[in-house]
Design a protein around this ligand. Structure first.
Ligand code: PRX
Length: 637
């Protein structure tokens, strides 16, 4: 156990276990009053609500009848007191740097919102944002939010195919992109991928292109417009639209258990209230802090803790465009040193990759500005936790291990660092208002230290509202296992102190480098390849990325297994989904193990990849027939 350092606790927003307990108790006993108080304190409202929330399972509304605006909360309300405070400290991969104050960011957002307005976009429209990690991506999000245009950010690492599916599902008429971005010294050619996607998206009227790399791009007449040209002619004032608290702020696509990604819908007032609260509860944000979340804006962590949470809380945020190893593996530590970062939030995968580089690299930099560290996205193994604590935090900085999901909008289980003693590997205790529990198949609470399903028994302000265009799938996915109760899809156990230990997914979702990837999505891509007859995909334990994608393939007649084909298949998946989904391993088999009723036995495949260490590709055919026959018997007995 690591108790909160006394000095840290004495200055913290929540400075003792008793204070945490009191907040938790108040929220549990009087949720309406509690959340109304938080909303009034943390968010600016143009009009007040009638009820704090309305819960008709599985649908919820928060701050019903109230009006607010996320962009106003992230910008305008800070102008009086924080106008000249840096809002964004940006470092590009090539080394270019920009620092924008809240006033400057406000100016950029207003001008860009006026651009969108002049092109006829308004509340209720949808925009896709497919951009590199540059300040203009934040401008794009906040300009949309200012007018009530629902945005969907697509991670720049996604392929043209993935982008196309998202544009079509959202029926977006507007796409905001860039010529490219920098990653490991190379240009990621975003406009080129966008053009490929847009060939099948006739509904898109405008494509606004930011010049970032200066690479050559084709501009399609009548559709494509340069960002800088439009912005140059725009007015600098643009009032924020008063929007309903339940106005759709953004849709973010994430992998589910089928081949089709789910568009997770988040709305305005409740989301903003919750992410702003957790900036204080979890990150203990102080006025003078320099907050750095390394996540890409294309993931939910980037939405909630790079953009909406920190900016709504008036923080100074660091934003870095590129790869952690460019030009060397100490790039991040250089950024911490140069900008005097105080709060640093990253993924266990990144930490494990950094551990491999040794302690000498961080030792070259002055990391004394750090006071709080965080992790997100996957379980952190205690050894990585200890290294992070000792080598980066010099034993001084609490580590907040934050459990949450795209669906939850904000952090649900994490220590309040001034209050809760830490146990490496545990997300510790739930936030106020979060009734988390570990239950068995029937929804009964599991005894301490017994594995079960993690569920959340009450609605909270930043929970997803639905799956875009598919309320049935929403109900079925999250509220049918135990009626009326949110099913997270994670297994967990609670220890004797009530601490939560997350054990991983219980569905067919892999977690690769903290990114969610569906086995079915990869399978459906693989079977579209001309050589593939059948495919079964499982997550395989991986030293750095937590899990890696492992594919079992049977081939059509006339195709032979081999290194060339394995490489082809890996490339095919990267092309269809994105480079982060590239399989680590392709294994060819004569047949796939199936139950007598014809279902692929993934459990068996998972056991095979977990227990047998295989290096490189297995380029000869494996005969899984024998194991399959044995296991099939066992499975149906
Ligand atoms: O399995 C849990 C894991 O990541 C899943 C959510 O993935 P995604 O929606 O992509 O959001 C990731 C960033 C919020 C969860 O169902 N997960 C997330 N955080 C943790 C975690 N597993 C263990 N510990 C965590 N701190």
């Amino acid at each position: 156990m690591y108790p909160p350092p006394a000095e840290f606790a004495s200055r913290a927003h929540v400075g003792s276990l008793e204070a945490y307990g009191e907040l938790y108790r108040r929220a549990a006993e009087h949720p309406e009053e509690f959340w109304a108080e938080m909303a009034a304190r943390e968010v600016h409202w143009f009009e007040q609500w009638n009820h704090a929330f309305e819960w008709h399972p599985p649908f919820v509304k928060w701050f019903v009848g109230a009006k607010t605006n996320a962009s106003y909360n992230c910008l305008d309300r800070h102008l009086a007191g924080r106008g000249s405070k840096p809002a964004i400290i940006f470092e590009g991969e090539p080394g270019d740097e920009r620092i924008w104050t809240y006033r400057e960011l406000h100016g950029h957002v207003c001008r860009f919102a006026n651009v969108l307005k002049s092109r006829g976009y308004k509340a209720g429209d949808r925009a896709i944002i497919y951009m590199p990690m540059v300040p203009e991506a934040v401008v794009a999000m906040l300009a949309c939010a200012r007018l009530g245009i629902t945005h969907s950010v697509v991670f720049g690492g996604f392929s043209a195919e993935a982008l196309k599916a998202r544009i079509q599902d959202l029926d977006a008429h507007l796409v905001l992109t860039a010529d490219g971005g920098w990653r490991r010294g190379r240009e990621v050619r975003l406009k080129e991928a966008a053009d490929e996607a847009l060939a099948d998206c006739p509904g898109v009227r405008d494509v606004i292109v930011l010049k970032r790399t200066g690479g050559t791009v084709e501009m399609k007449q009548g559709r494509d417009l340069w960002w800088h040209e439009l912005e140059a002619g725009a007015e600098a004032e643009c009032p924020a639209e008063p929007l309903d608290s339940e106005h759709p702020l953004f849709v973010l696509y994430t992998s589910g258990t089928t081949g089709k990604p789910k568009g997770i819908l988040h709305t305005t007032g409740g989301y903003l209230t919750y992410v702003t609260c957790t900036m204080k509860w979890v990150f203990d944000l102080k006025e003078e802090d320099v907050f750095w979340c390394t996540a890409d804006i294309g993931w939910v962590t980037g939405h909630s803790y790079l953009v909406y949470g920190p900016l709504s809380a008036g923080a100074t945020c660091v934003m870095y465009e590129g790869a952690p190893d460019h030009p060397g593996w100490d790039r991040w530590w250089g950024i911490v040193e140069r900008h005097r970062v105080t709060n640093f939030y990253t993924s266990p995968t990144a930490i494990r990759a950094l551990i491999k580089q040794g302690e000498e690299l961080p030792a070259r930099h002055d990391l004394s500005s750090l006071r709080l560290l965080g992790t997100v996205g996957e379980p952190i193994n205690p050894a990585a936790w200890e290294w992070y604590h000792r080598v980066i935090g010099k034993g001084r900085c609490p580590i907040v291990d934050t459990w949450w999901q795209t669906e939850t909008g904000g952090i649900l289980i994490a220590p309040m660092p001034g209050a809760v003693p830490l146990k490496p590997g545990s997300g510790t205790l739930p936030m106020p208002g979060i009734e988390a529990e570990v239950v068995d198949f029937h929804g009964k609470p599991a005894p301490p230290n017994t594995e079960g399903f993690l569920v959340i028994k009450r609605p909270w302000p930043s929970m997803l509202r639905t799956i875009w265009g598919d309320p049935q799938r929403y109900e079925q996915q999250y509220f049918s296992r135990i009626p009326g109760i949110y099913f997270t899809g994670d297994a967990a156990r609670r220890d004797e102190d009530g601490y939560f230990w997350i054990l991983g997914r219980v569905d067919d979702v892999m977690n690769v480098s903290g990114h969610r990837l569906s086995t079915m999505e990869v399978e459906s891509v693989l079977v579209r390849h001309p050589a593939v007859a059948e495919a079964a995909v499982v997550g395989k334990p991986h030293e750095i990325t937590g899990q890696a994608v492992c594919c079992f393939i049977t081939l059509k007649q006339g195709f032979e297994p081999g290194d060339g084909l394995a490489k082809d298949l890996r490339q095919w998946v990267a092309h269809e989904i994105g480079a982060f989904a590239r399989p680590e391993e392709i294994r060819f088999a004569e047949t796939l193990p199936k139950t007598r009723s014809g279902k692929i036995m993934r459990r068996l495949l998972r056991e095979i990849v977990t227990s047998r260490t295989v290096t490189g590709d297995v380029t000869t055919l494996e005969d899984l027939g024998v194991v399959a026959r044995l296991a099939a018997q066992e499975d149906e007995d």
